[in-house]
Design a protein around this ligand. Structure first.
Ligand code: ADP
Ligand code: MG
Length: 449
């Protein structure tokens, strides 16, 4: 009924020689719901189409239930694909659309009972005699799902199936898809560029950048222990604050991370994670602070492990239940290339180009092709602020270098100096290549395993 899908070092090269998927290895367990997440153009659809048999695998092996599957025809794989643009036959009713693949597979059999059962499961019995033009977007996507389900496939391959729907419907159908695939217990690979969708749906999330797998883990783990700065920046809203830092670890004094005009003093005795920073003495690092790591509070109220920064309010973004405050702390934001996925409030791509130097653009392009460095250390003064859920200032730059989430009852205005308490238990530090140093990259393996 359901199947294991494995990719071993799978690569894809299109005609002109560009490798768009690079040695991808993934093991998907029977019944698992795996989300393939990454910015637009990173190769997600290509991976899905190779699994479906719609695209040839250039290198590597596809195993279906442990058996070599590269050369199987799509029809021999009994997987069902659901696309973003529904792809219903306009001249067929819902009944005709859902029944169509059944009639192709078994021309003698009556598809009626299966179509009815599927329609019941999806709550679309009333729509069976309507044509696609008489259906709303959400209804059409239900019919497309129905067509996939009716065949009793061994796996679902879904390629951004909800992208064309409005936010409310998307949330609703998201919940339905989760419920349905769990009930059916069918292995599902779900492609999206939307990190919040990935986090809410997946048993595991595989993050792809420029055709290269960055990390595959539970949503909780990719958020809490991102392997590199790209994953850290791609996942989470508001986007993690990424600041350029310099580690100072004098033999006779406290270890600090300088953030330009201010510094973070690491509390003694150093935690195991912070001890790992000692070897970075004198080196540039990237400091990552998620919004929950920073709070606006009086210095006197600092808890153990919290240190003080001062922020100048640059911009206040009212969001109803919460407020995002953009502070200037005098630090330089670190730049992460390829974070192109359209996100609400993200700066338009055309705007970003304007203030990038030629060198930066070349670096960005190189990164995109080779999926090379996950972070770019710009020269001071030309660093562009990381694109985040912020409003661009008139000169095209984002105001501030640190975004903090707070409650609407605190009255903050532009130009105020505010004390910020940073919880160092939530401190992320990445090295110059963007790999995570802190928290420790590898937790000690459980001895009982
Ligand atoms: N048939 C094709 N021929 C050549 N290049 C392609 C083809 N299909 C996709 N590409 C390229 O491969 C890369 C990955 O595309 P795709 O898998 O569609 O990405 P995603 O689904 O993540 O947006 C893109 O750079 C795209 O332009
Ligand atoms: Mg795609």
């Amino acid at each position: 009924m359901t199947r294991a899908i494995s990719l071993h070092d799978v690569s894809k090269t299109y005609a002109r020689g560009v490798r768009v998927v690079d040695r991808l290895s993934l093991d998907i367990a029977p019944g698992e719901f795996l989300v393939l997440l990454g910015p637009s153009g990173c190769g997600k659809s290509t991976v899905l189409r190779m699994i479906a048999g719609l695209e040839e695998i250039t290198d590597g092996r596809l195993l279906l239930d442990g058996e070599y599957g590269n050369d199987l025809l799509p029809s021999e794989r009994s997987m069902a694909m659901v696309f973003q643009n529904f792809a219903l036959y306009p001249n067929m009713t819902t009944r005709g659309n859902i029944g169509f693949p059944l009639r192709v597979e078994a021309p003698q059999a009556d598809p009626g009972p299966r179509v009815d059962a599927t329609a019941r499961m999806l709550g679309i019995e009333d729509l069976l005699d309507r044509f696609p033009a008489q259906l709303s977007g959400g209804e059409r996507q239900r019919v497309a799902m129905g067509r996939a389900i009716a065949r009793h496939p061994t796996a679902f391959l879904m390629d951004e199936p909800l992208s064309n729907l409005d936010a409310k419907l998307r949330n609703h159908l998201r919940a339905e898809i989760t419920k349905l695939t769990r009930e059916l217990g069918v292995t599902t690979i779900y492609v999206t560029h939307d990190q919040s969708e990935a986090m809410s749906l997946g048993d595991r999330v595989a993050v792809l950048r420029g055709g290269v797998l960055q990390q595959v883990d539970t949503p909780r783990a990719v958020y809490a222990l991102p392997r590199n700065v790209f994953v850290a920046a791609f996942i989470g809203t508001p986007r993690i604050n990424l600041l350029r830092g310099l580690v100072r670890a004098p033999l006779d004094g406290a270890m600090t991370i300088s953030l330009g005009k201010q510094f973070l003093r690491l509390p003694e005795p150093l935690s195991l994670d912070h001890q790992l920073l000692r070897v970075q003495q004198g080196r540039e690092v990237i400091v990552g602070l998620r919004s929950e790591a920073v709070r606006i509070a009086k210095p006197a109220s600092a808890r153990p492990g919290e240190v003080l920064l001062t922020g100048l309010v640059e911009h206040v973004e009212f969001q109803g239940h919460e407020v995002l405050v953009h502070f200037n702390t005098g630090s330089q934001p670190a730049v992460v290339p390829d974070l192109e996925a359209p996100r609400p409030g993200a700066r338009p791509a055309g705007r970003r180009r304007r203030d990038g130097t030629v060198l930066n653009r070349l670096k960005e392009r190189a990164g995109a092709l080779r999926a090379g460095p996950v972070a770019v250390m710009d020269e001071p003064g030309v660093a562009r602020p990381a694109a985040g859920p912020a409003v661009a200032a008139p000169d095209g730059r984002l105001p501030g270098d640190l975004i903090v989430r707070t409650t609407p009852d605190i009255d903050l205005r532009h130009g105020m100096q505010v004390p910020l308490l940073v919880d160092l238990a939530h401190l992320f530090v990445f090295d110059q290549h963007g790999d995570r140093i802190c928290p420790a990259p590898a937790r000690l393996p459980d001895l009982e395993e």
